[in-house]
Design a protein around this ligand. Structure first.
Ligand code: SF4
Length: 487
């Protein structure tokens, strides 16, 4: 009999095939989970254990063997709050994040999540736990979901009562409860028969097993299309109508220009539009890119959960056409301290208030600068002038003044750059060490908190090289646009 935990149960409810692959073919998964998510979940869970005062915690054991016994002991001796309270019945096991013991077998269960909203799958998660706990003889009087309050602003020490929103989901969970035994039974039956034949659906492309489950589709296919005009519902509709391969899609007359260029592999250059765009970016131009971190538990004074905190920037300054750009950069000295004041001051030193600034996908840089201006009123005038002077280098690709088949329908700089500057070793992100993208940059910055000496110096060097490449890439893209305009 397949043992079910709450995570296996919810996985199976969302897709039985995904659970089967987790159990028997995990090597088929492509994406690697961001380790920061697990770390943040652990930190959030640890903080939530304080929500209801003094508590005991059931010690983890890899085979779970002792955990239900220890829980029983704690309940029997009248412990009021038990964290990781564990129950097992008929091959089903759960550890409730926090259990308040009301006595006489009555409990309140709290499930802790590091998200800022309730996902419907959390209700399935809690229904499974409630089923297991009640199968063991307890009565769950109330079921609470403690999740992160996105409106919380840190002032001094973390206030956990403000950091968490506790929502009573008892009724919603009770609605699902009668169906749990059948779901468990049918899930086990399905998994025991071998690999489920679950058909792909519109949400599948986000799954780690997408490559495995879509191996029989022609490649490239409709799910490789990008662009805001072609969302998952549109792709799914095309798929169901038999427009799967690019040749099949090329026969459709309801595709937008980006998708049509993508499926036909045709390149496009509108030199006049590129010329007009470049007129909006006078020299000298300051090519700017930020790196930022995001944490569930706000790490600094006046920061919110999941707020993007800029900790680094790179700046390439092009003063004259044909000249190599000047480079400036900032990286927070101490990852444990709030980097924003030093970054804002450095930005004001490096970029004159009347300079033309270029960013790629400027909404991100503009928003970060506005947040800095709100936080530091004495720098606000200069910061807001920088923000207002930003031009978006993404526009020619987003508006299709320029398209190359190698962009694969995307206008992200990670696709635009190799399409315009193929095989340039200076611009090869794969040649970088450890930090190759924004996610890795955030992880590297957060890891600096525990590093010293050579290890810290190496991380700093990798971060600086990565961010420098981002703005150098922007300069090279701008040079290519110049060539297009002139050609
Ligand atoms: S790709 Fe779709 S069908 Fe395959 S495991 Fe993932 S969710 Fe299930």
């Amino acid at each position: 009999m397949i043992r079910l935990s709450k995570s296996r149960y919810t996985r199976g409810v969302s897709c039985p095939k995904a659970l089967w692959l987790d159990l028997y073919k995990p090597e088929a998964a492509e994406a690697v989970t961001d380790p920061r998510l697990a770390e943040q979940g652990t930190e959030v869970g640890r903080l939530a254990q304080e929500l209801y005062g003094p508590h005991v915690t059931v010690e983890y054991s890899p085979d779970h063997a002792r955990m239900p016994e220890d829980t029983e002991k704690y309940l029997a001796r009248g412990e009021k709050v038990i964290c990781e309270a564990s129950f097992a019945k008929d091959g089903c096991f759960c550890s409730a994040d926090v259990l308040q013991n009301l006595g006489n077998g009555h409990v309140i269960m709290t499930e802790v999540k590091s998200s800022t909203a309730i996902d419907p799958m959390y209700l399935h998660d809690c229904s499974f736990q409630t089923y297991v706990i009640e199968s063991c003889g307890c009565t769950v009087d109330r079921i609470l979901l403690a999740h992160i309050n996105s409106g919380y602003v840190r002032k001094g020490k973390i206030d956990i009562q403000q950091l968490f929103l506790q929502e009573d989901i008892t009724e919603k969970v009770r609605e699902l409860l009668p169906g749990v035994p059948d779901r468990i039974r049918s899930l086990r039956e399905e998994l025991e028969k071998g690999e489920p034949g679950t058909a792909i659906g519109p949400d599948c492309p986000a799954c780690a097993y997408w490559g495995y489950c879509s191996k029989n589709l022609p490649h490239p296919n409709v799910f490789d299309l990008t662009g805001a005009e072609c969302n998952k519902n549109k792709k799914w509709k095309l798929y169901l109508e038999g427009a799967v391969s690019f040749p099949q899609l090329a026969e459709r007359n309801d595709l937008k220009e980006r998708q049509r260029l993508t499926v036909t592999g045709v390149e496009k250059t509108d030199a006049q539009a590129v010329r007009d765009f470049l007129k909006t970016i006078p020299l000298p131009t300051y090519h700017l890119d930020f790196e930022s971190s995001q944490e569930a538990v706000p790490p600094y004074e006046d920061s919110r959960p999941y707020q993007q905190i800029p900790f680094q920037y790179s700046l390439h300054i092009v003063r004259k056409e044909g000249e190599e750009p000047e480079h400036k950069e900032f990286l927070a000295e101490d990852a444990n301290a709030d980097p924003r004041r030093a970054l804002a001051e450095s930005l004001c030193r490096d970029i004159p208030a009347d300079a033309c600034v270029a960013a790629y996908n400027m909404a991100f840089e503009k928003t970060r600068i506005k947040e800095l201006a709100d936080l530091f009123p004495d720098l606000a005038e200069h910061l807001l002038a920088i923000r207002d002077n930003i031009r978006d280098l993404m526009v020619p690709f987003q508006k299709l003044y320029c398209y190359r088949p190698a962009m694969q329908g995307s206008y992200s700089i990670k696709h635009v750059l190799p399409a315009l500057c193929p095989d340039d070793p200076e611009l090869d992100y794969r040649a970088l060490e450890d930090v190759h993208n924004g996610t890795e940059a955030t992880s590297a910055f957060l890891s600096m908190r525990k590093q010293t000496g050579e290890e810290l110096a190496k991380t700093r060097k990798n971060l600086l090289r990565y961010c420098r490449l981002d703005t150098l890439a922007m300069v090279r893209v701008w040079e290519k646009l110049k060539e297009m305009a002139e050609g």
